[in-house]
Design a protein around this ligand. Structure first.
Ligand SMILES: [Zn+2]
Length: 417
């Protein structure tokens, strides 16, 4: 009875569902430092305890209240013992917002089969044809029934990661939200492979759950992960198993088919079986159309590298472009007139970059390889995402979500703030 009461109390303070209608939800996640993350929220990836090109103060100034750190990378450097001795991730990186950590399972995919298949979570992201094209490449991760074996990309050492170790590392890192160890299967994996993998991920989820309950650290929360690739029966079995355990939240992981349309289909199978009172995270998804799909299928948070990686290659998010993106390194800005292009990326954008710098200047910085341009473009792209999510939450509050979505997709929202 004691532990049951503790759980109720814990869940009440951790996540609050404020509104839910037609699967679209509004909520709030709180951490022990008193920081609040309003959902739905986009969670930028901070692989090595830093959103690439930004320091934690800049992240705070952008109003970003949640980040996603990669456990495997932190295990390699500086190591969870060092982070723990220095007071945990929040203190180590001087960031009080909600910190999610993954389990290391995704790296078994990204450093393993993804290299061989030449794919991402969605096959078409990197390979439209979904052809296996990198047969000569070497995998840096292998999966067995009991653990994942990695070959460190830093010094070549061999690392074995068991479900229990993954939880222990995340506990020492001191993140707010931890994930169970799982395998993210390739979008090109067969039914048979996905079935075996899903069953193994369920066994690992139980091991993580048991270890977490036996070694419970207050103020840390554990999400179970639903796997099963793009196969209906596998997703349903995984959903049933994960939801039968008292996790603090539910994540949806793994490959989500071979196109973004599949995401909607996969989520529609499972969403009505997820517990209402627990937060839900969609792993590794975050293009603009995918965000709308995720929200309409009951997801509360989602992480992705898109806005930050795009920024580092000179691609910025804007409203007046067919795909919401523009390449500011393009020749368009290098012709005679645009060298004197004295306008910001977006005249209506209120971000630090747009308030202070012209496209000509940013284009010049790229051309000569000045690294501060990555910081400036990352600030703009994260501001764009953050503002979009802020407006989406506002529209849900005002019962105008679909109206807002229509205006936004038709580029009829001139100003996002
Ligand atoms: Zn801007």
């Amino acid at each position: 009875m004691q532990s049951y009461m503790n759980n109720i109390q814990k869940n009440n303070t951790f996540f609050e569902l404020l509104h839910s209608e037609d699967r679209i939800r509004l909520g709030i996640i709180r951490n022990w430092l008193g920081q609040s993350l309003e959902t739905p929220a986009f969670i930028p990836v901070a692989t090595n305890a830093s959103i690439r090109a930004l320091d934690s103060i800049s992240v705070k100034n952008l109003g970003i209240n949640g980040i996603f750190v990669n456990t495997y990378h932190m295990h390699l450097s500086p190591g969870e013992e060092v982070v723990s001795e220095l007071g945990g991730l929040h203190k180590f990186m001087n960031y009080e917002g909600v910190i999610f950590t993954d389990s290391g399972g995704f790296q078994a995919f990204s450093l393993g089969q993804a290299i061989i298949d030449g794919v991402g979570k969605i096959a078409s992201v990197f390979s439209k044809e979904g052809k296996r094209r990198n047969k000569d490449q070497q995998k840096l991760a292998e999966i067995t029934d009991d653990y994942i074996v990695f070959k460190s990309h830093i010094d070549g050492r061999i690392i074995k990661l068991t479900p229990e170790m993954s939880i222990q590392i995340q506990q020492k890192l001191g993140s707010d939200i931890m994930m169970v160890l799982d395998e993210c299967t390739s979008p090109l994996a067969s039914y048979e492979y996905c079935k075996n993998s899903m069953e193994r991920s369920c066994r690992w989820a139980l091991k993580c759950y048991n270890f977490f309950k036996e070694n419970n650290i207050p103020n840390q929360y554990l999400y179970g992960i639903i796997q099963g690739g793009h196969y209906y029966d596998l997703r349903m079995k995984s959903t049933e198993f994960i939801c039968s355990l008292d996790f603090d939240g539910i994540a949806v992981g793994g490959s989500l088919g071979t196109s973004k349309e599949n995401i909607a289909e996969i989520l529609s199978w499972i969403v009505d079986y997820l517990p209402q009172d627990k937060p839900r995270h969609l792993l590794g998804i975050g293009s603009i159309p995918e965000i709308f799909v995720a929200i309409e299928h009951g997801m509360d948070t989602f992480d992705c590298i898109i806005p930050t990686r795009y920024a580092r290659t000179g691609t910025v998010f804007v409203l007046d472009s067919p795909n919401f993106v523009r390449d500011i390194t393009s020749k368009y800005y290098k012709n005679k007139e645009s060298k004197r292009y004295d306008l910001p990326i977006d005249e209506n954008c209120q971000c630090y970059t747009c308030r202070n710098y012209s496209v000509s200047y940013l284009n010049h910085l790229f051309y000569v390889g000045e690294i501060c341009v990555m910081t400036l473009l990352t600030i703009h792209n994260l501001h764009f995402y953050n503002t979009l999510l802020k407006n989406i939450r506002k529209s849900i509050k005002e019962n105008k979500y679909f109206e807002f979505k229509q205006l936004f997709l038709n580029r009829m929202i001139e100003k996002l703030e």
